[in-house]
Structure formats: C-alpha cells, structure tokens
Design a protein around this ligand. Structure first.
Ligand SMILES: Nc1ncnc2c1ncn2[C@@H]1O[C@H](COP(=O)(O)OP(=O)(O)OP(=O)(O)O)[C@@H](O)[C@H]1O
Ligand SMILES: [Mg+2]
Length: 257
C-alpha cells in the first residue's frame, strides 16, 4: 500500500516555480529523504503536503483519501505530523506541556490555539498526558520534561519539537531539517531515535542537509532541484548520479558536499 502520493504537484509564487510537477510516492515503514540545494522547494513541498499551502495545481493522496485542498487540522487528524525548519516551541511552557500540545492530534494544526485550549480534565487529557510521556521517553527527554523548553540547550529543543510531532502518533511524520545546527554527535543521536521510531512502524519523510546521516539512515532518497524531482532511488544510486553531483557542485550549498 502507498501511504502518500502526489500527482504533478506544483506551487508557484509569482514567477517562482517553488514546486513543479512533483510525483512523489511514500511507501510505509521507511525513511524517505528529500534533499536538494537551498531553495530547491523542499519546505514548500512539506507545506503543500500538510495543508499549510494550497497547491497551484496537482493532487495529493494520503491514506487513500484525496486530501488536496484539505485544511491543516483535517490532514493532521488523518495522521500527518510535522516539525519545522525553524524551532517553534512555546515560551513559558515546560517540555512536557510543549509535547502534550502535539498529543491532541485534532488540535495539532493550530498549535497556538491548541496551547490555549489544553483540556485540564478528563480522559482526553490523561490520554494526551500518556502520549506526551511516552514521546518524551522516546526522545530521551524524560529527565528534563518539567523544565521550560526554551531554557534547554538548542540540541534538546530540537528534540522537544520532534517529541511533539511524535506525540500525535502520526502515520506519517514530516521532519524539516531536524538536525540543523546540531553537532555530529547530537545529529547521530537524533538519527538513531528516528530510526527507532521507524523500526516500530512509523513512516518518515525527512528533509536534511546532513548528507552522511541522510545516506546512512534513508531507505530512499528523492533529490529536488529548482522545484523539480531530479533523481529518486536508493541512496547509493542517487549519490552516484551525475545529474545530482552536478546540481550540488553547481550550487554553493556547503552542507551538501
Ligand atoms: N512564501 C513564499 N513566497 C514567495 N516565495 C517563496 C515562499 N516560500 C518559498 N518561496 C521560494 O520558493 C523557492 C523554494 O523555497 P523552499 O523554502 O521551499 O526551499 P528549500 O528547499 O526548503 O530551501 P532550504 O534548503 O534553504 O530550506 C525559493 O525560491 C523560495 O524563495
Ligand atoms: Mg527549507
């Protein structure tokens, strides 16, 4: 079964073809990486998939539903969660509270309204609390879960954001540069944690510039350039593809070397 598929998905911003005729297929239970130079359209693609941006044309199918034009919250409720390229944690909330926002999957979309509407009583809260604790544990955050999230070192903050998405117990998790700004050791830890989640049945779509990590953990690599898919295949095949090498050498994307 295909988990997610796009058909000629496109997004234009004025004259810029941020995403152009992308046919992407995501099979369940694997890590599919989306790589490409800066401005290639990776984040725009994520924003289309999770409903933040309406496509200019093309279609998106997720879990056998045509979700083209669906709202963020409706797509989230069906089972998609994402993290952001720039950290978006709530000031004034603890790690656990930040993560618990994600555990209310139906509220997940409007994170701000979700934060304001955290239910204080009842079964839904207990369930969200259980999911939050579990996600904290998966991401190695149990010991810091009562600390203010924004007071933690940057590397741990990135993991809080990951835990928040995991707490939604999604079918598909979109990670936009979860290792950005991390040291080699921290990035390896995150990679290991993500691999562990996938081993337990989660499906991940990963945008990342840490090339060695991408090549090591991904089952499949999709390369974007100028909004289009340039290559799609096994990591080794993609790495050896002359068109891919050319795209990277032709850019000054240092992270991609
Ligand atoms: N909201 C927007 N309005 C106008 N242009 C945009 C908008 N968002 C993205 N773009 C443009 O679309 C193109 C793709 O941008 P996008 O952020 O998707 O790239 P990316 O692959 O995620 O890059 P990076 O690796 O730097 O994060 C770029 O030319 C960018 O300037
Ligand atoms: Mg981006």
């Amino acid at each position: 079964m295909t988990l997610l598929a796009t058909h000629r998905l496109s997004k234009d911003f004025g004259g810029v073809h941020a995403v152009r005729d992308v046919d992407l297929v995501v099979e369940p239970g694997a890590i599919t990486a989306v790589i490409g130079p800066n401005g290639a359209g990776k984040t725009s693609l994520f924003n289309l998939l999770c409903g933040v941006l309406p496509p200019s044309s093309g279609r998106i199918s997720f879990l056998d539903n045509d979700v083209t034009g669906w709202s963020v919250s409706r797509i989230a409720a069906l089972g998609m969660a994402r993290t952001f390229q720039n950290l978006e944690l709530f000031r004034g909330l603890t790690v656990r509270e930040n993560v618990q926002v994600g555990a209310h999957r139906h509220l997940h979309a409007g994170v701000v309204s979700a934060a304001l509407r955290l239910p204080r009583h009842g079964r839904a809260e207990r369930e969200a609390s259980r999911r939050a604790d579990q996600a904290c544990e998966r991401l190695g955050l149990s010991e810091v879960r009562d600390r203010l999230a924004t007071a933690l070192p940057y590397g741990l903050q990135r993991r809080v954001e990951l835990a928040r998405a995991v707490a939604a117990e999604p079918k598909l998790l979109l990670l936009d540069e979860p290792m950005a700004g991390l040291s080699g050791g921290e990035a390896a830890t995150v990679a290991e944690m993500v691999s562990g989640l996938v081993a337990d049945g989660l499906t991940v779509l990963l945008v990342e510039h840490h090339m060695d990590t991408v090549m090591r953990v991904s089952d499949r690599v999709v390369v974007m350039n100028f909004g289009e898919v340039l290559a799609d295949g096994a990591p080794a095949a993609v790495q050896a593809d002359p068109a891919v090498i050319e795209a990277y050498l032709g850019s000054d994307d240092e992270g991609a070397a």
